[in-house]
Design a protein around this ligand. Structure first.
Ligand SMILES: [Mg+2]
Length: 180
């Protein structure tokens, strides 16, 4: 099978690093703990007047490379690959790509090794990528095509309203993705 795996929120812990940096830069401003996040896009959940400050966190050089791996994610995708599946990291880069794209490559090499670098797919439209499964924390995968893949939700506080799709974390993926 071809398994597409999203990066932020599935392999790389965007949410916690964002909050850590945001709170250290702006200790007196309001913030939303990760478990209380309810919308997929962080910028939509913070007041409009804080948008520049919020966005500045992830556009700064070094942010993407500094993300910690999500627990059990790296070993799990290696395990899936070792079962004989084709596993690709399928990620949407920021349109302000200067740091994001390079650092995502570096992150994969740092945590997964150089062999995984060739299995990175950057796209703003995941629906045009062929696959059997896409594991993604975004509850809404939009694009120009009806996806060929089944979208598996990576379970997070901000995607609980999506009820019609299978959902998993790296703690229970073997129970959910029994076909693997
Ligand atoms: Mg994501």
């Amino acid at each position: 099978m071809i398994i597409l795996v999203d990066m932020d929120g599935v392999l790389a812990n965007f949410e916690e690093k964002f909050l850590e940096i945001y709170r250290s830069l702006y200790p007196n401003l309001p913030y939303i703990p990760v478990n209380l996040r309810r919308r997929f896009h962080i910028r939509e959940e913070y007041p409009k007047e804080l948008e520049d400050k919020v966005v500045s966190v992830w556009t700064k050089p070094g942010f993407y490379l500094s993300l910690d791996p999500i627990d059990k994610g790296l070993e799990s995708i290696n395990e899936i690959k070792n079962k004989g599946h084709d596993v690709f990291i399928c990620t949407s880069p920021l349109s302000t790509y200067e740091n994001c794209v390079l650092e995502k490559y570096k992150w994969v090499e740092k945590y997964l090794g150089n062999n995984w670098v060739r299995n990175i797919i950057f796209t703003k439209d995941k629906t045009i990528v062929h696959g059997n499964l896409l594991i993604d924390d975004n509850p809404l995968i939009k694009g120009i095509k009806n996806p060929s893949f089944e979208h598996i939700i990576y379970d997070c506080s901000y995607n609980k309203l999506e009820n019609f799709k299978r959902r998993m974390t790296w703690n229970n993926w073997k129970d959910v993705l029994t076909e693997l």
